[in-house]
Design a protein around this ligand. Structure first.
Ligand code: AP5
Length: 216
């Protein structure tokens, strides 16, 4: 299966992508995670991406597309993938269509996670991420058993730099202006399925798996 997750910041794309990729036995390809790994590693790509990410702006398309091209060329992504956070604007979506077409492939499904903005702000301002294993928790919805400590590996939980309220509001503006048009773009292509992404993580996973399997 070749699938894309789309939805506002904090919709639960990363949370669901981790579970869905494992259930469907396909690799999760998260552009946000790849950028953050490069920022932590102090690479040239990370240094370039950091200023855009800290402001909540999109990293330029040519940089992002080249990174995705390299990742999708890896052997584990040949038979399928779940893209999380890419594409993020119509130009990236057109580039992806062309890249897949050139390889004789196409997208099977684009899953839209729908959540209202106030819920998104609550989710992002309470999000904490593990520095060691990347596990994501929430101070109210999935509180750590020990303050500041990851439930999965015991690593240190931290707040992402772009999860301050002012930056969250800007990311939502960027989503509305640049990413939301993808909903119409993919609906016109006949591959869009939307689900409500409120309720527990398990409830959302159930809806997502049903929607994806119906397109498999
Ligand atoms: P990225 O990492 O992709 O950020 P995002 O799209 O803003 O999404 P988030 O990771 O913030 O949220 P999410 O939907 O994954 O939610 P999560 O599962 O964590 O991108 C970051 C930056 O990188 C961008 O701003 C940009 O600069 C750059 N970038 C990335 N891709 C790019 C591209 N293609 N082009 C250019 N630039 C790009 O959940 C959020 C919280 O809610 C967590 O605490 C979680 O525990 C909780 N939660 C999840 N589900 C539920 C639920 N059902 N109920 C209650 N709480 C829940």
């Amino acid at each position: 299966m070749r699938a894309v997750l789309v939805g506002p910041p904090g919709a639960g794309k990363g949370t669901q992508a981790q579970i869905l990729a494992s259930e469907l036995s396909i690799p999760k390809v998260s552009t946000g995670d790849i950028f953050r790994a490069n920022v932590s590693g102090g690479t040239e790509l990370g240094n370039l991406a950091k200023s855009y990410m800290d402001r909540g702006d999109l990293v330029p398309d040519e940089v992002t597309n080249a990174m995705v091209r390299d990742r999708l060329a890896e052997p584990d992504a040949r038979e399928g993938f779940l893209l999380d956070g890419f594409p993020r604007n119509v130009a990236q979506a057109e580039w992806l269509n062309k890249t897949l077409d050139d390889a004789g492939r196409g997208l099977d499904v684009v899953l839209e996670l729908k959540v209202d903005e106030e819920e998104v702000v609550k989710r992002l301002s309470g999000r904490r991420t593990c520095r060691a294993c990347g596990h994501v928790q929430h101070m109210a919805y999935d509180p750590p058993k020990r303050a500041g400590v990851c439930d999965v590996c015991g690593g240190e939980l931290f707040q992402r730099d772009d999860d301050r309220e002012e930056t969250i509001r800007h990311r939502l503006d960027v989503y509305r202006e640049q990413t939301e048009p993808l909903v119409t773009f993919y609906a016109n292509a006949g591959v869009l399925v939307g689900i409500e992404a409120t309720g527990t993580v398990d409830e959302v996973t159930g809806r997502a798996l049903a929607a994806l399997r119906a397109r498999a």
